[in-house]
Design a protein around this ligand. Structure first.
Ligand code: FEO
Length: 172
């Protein structure tokens, strides 16, 4: 079933927000890289790639349903320079909370139209957002626990460097 004309702008906006998320993570990665925290930078770069996968998941869904998605303008990331690791991950968590609410609003809009076909995709994203908020929140909590302990921060940085990248394509 095609997505209705009234619902399509919400899908386009979500696709654009996923690309904006990718840009925000890429900027946060730069912030950590210039502070010689390569593990955090790598973790954030992989997250930037994962946001492209999210955008592609939405794009594939929209095309599969016979609609034509349009990517909107992506503003420069609203990320200040010179962020501490705690500030960087707090910014990431705040961003994820915005994305979660956007997914919920898309879900509400699809439900209001009786768009059952979107439910499996949106359920996947509801789960994904719970996981993303939890993961970023956990990293932030551990950065705060480490506090001013330099060796502790370097150990955490090393741990985060082990995150594997999975490419940017939606392979489902
Ligand atoms: Fe695609 Fe991190 O939300």
């Amino acid at each position: 079933m095609k997505i209705s004309e009234s619902l399509m702008p919400a899908f386009d906006d979500q696709i654009t927000l996923e690309f904006a998320s990718s840009q925000a993570y890429r900027q946060l990665a730069i912030e950590m890289d210039v502070q010689d925290l390569p593990g955090m930078a790598l973790w954030l770069r992989h997250q930037a790639d994962e946001e492209i996968v999210h955008a592609n998941k939405f794009i594939d869904h929209v095309i599969d349903r016979g609609n034509s998605p349009s990517i909107g303008a992506v503003d420069a990331p609203a990320v200040k320079t010179g962020l501490s690791p705690a500030e960087a991950f707090a910014a990431a968590l705040e961003h994820e909370q915005i994305v979660s609410e956007s997914i919920r609003n898309l879900y509400r809009a699809a439900d209001a139209e009786g768009d059952i076909d979107a439910r499996p995709l949106l359920n996947w994203f509801v789960d994904e957002q719970i996981e993303e908020e939890s993961t970023v929140g956990e990293i932030l909590a551990r950065i705060e626990l480490v506090g001013d302990d330099g060796p502790g921060l370097l150990r955490l940085d090393d741990e985060l460097s082990r995150r594997q990248g999975g490419g940017t394509e939606n392979v489902d």
